[in-house]
Design a protein around this ligand. Structure first.
Ligand SMILES: Cc1cc2nc3c(=O)[nH]c(=O)nc-3n(C[C@H](O)[C@H](O)[C@H](O)COP(=O)(O)O)c2cc1C
Length: 210
């Protein structure tokens, strides 16, 4: 990232506002202070750690973005066994066509198995499924041992207690640094159990308060 990424918040006095002195922000009291004739004060904290200089700092900062957690599952074509991984990078993408996406690290050993299956099931995990998340995030071993699950209409594993499931096929994979962005087409979906979501925040699990 270039140093251009750091911009002082103070308006440049050499560049008068093109809105003119009479302009009022349509949001009224929420207008930026500069529009009301004041200068935003620079906050010294905003000048610190402006670059993703190390991975720990990058993770710490991005960890302040709260997410849900999904389990991406499939039936391994070669063995007939269930496989999958936990992911918090899941997002909806498009309504027409119906697309979702998530990111997978190149180091994942489960993703090649899910990918080979051709179809996958996204489980939206509930707060009560922390143990499912832990298992799916584990490396190696039988991740599904002792867990209760059934098959979705398209044949993907749906864990008991899952809030919602989506039957998908892989639409495209986009390389993105040390991850691949997987765009998946949704062929069927439904809510499953009622409950609160599993929330991931600052490297830990939190609770959802409406
Ligand atoms: C809360 C949580 C979220 C995760 N999100 C992702 C993710 O978005 N992408 C990813 O590749 N791995 C993610 N992981 C790690 C994977 O679940 C898993 O640990 C990793 O793929 C290694 O297992 P594997 O070799 O069986 O794939 C996450 C783990 C946890 C606990």
């Amino acid at each position: 990232m270039s140093t251009d990424a750091v911009r002082p918040l103070t308006p440049d006095p050499a560049r008068p506002s093109s809105r003119g002195p009479g302009h009022r922000h349509p949001a009224g009291e929420h207008a930026p202070s500069s529009a009301a004739g004041h200068r935003a004060r620079p906050d010294a904290r905003l000048r610190q750690h402006a670059f993703p200089s190390d991975s720990k700092h990058f993770r710490n900062v991005l960890g302040r973005f709260a997410t849900g957690v999904v389990a991406v599952t499939a039936i391994d074509e070669a063995t007939g066994e269930p496989c999958g991984l936990a992911a918090n990078s899941f997002t909806s993408v498009s309504l027409d066509p119906p697309l979702v996406a998530f990111c997978v690290a190149h180091t994942s050993t489960s993703w090649p198995r899910v990918k080979a299956a051709g179809r996958l099931c996204v489980n939206v995990l509930a707060e009560t499924q922390r143990h499912v998340c832990d298992r799916l995030a584990a490396k190696g071993g039988d991740k599904f041992a002792g867990l209760s699950w059934s098959l979705s209409p398209a044949g993907g594993p749906v864990f008991d207690g899952t809030l919602a499931w989506l039957d998908c096929t892989i639409e495209t994979e986009l390389p993105a640094g040390d991850h691949v962005i997987v765009v998946a087409r949704v062929h069927g979906l439904d809510k499953h159990e009622d409950g609160d979501p599993l929330v991931f925040f600052r490297g830990d699990y939190g609770r959802f308060h409406a």
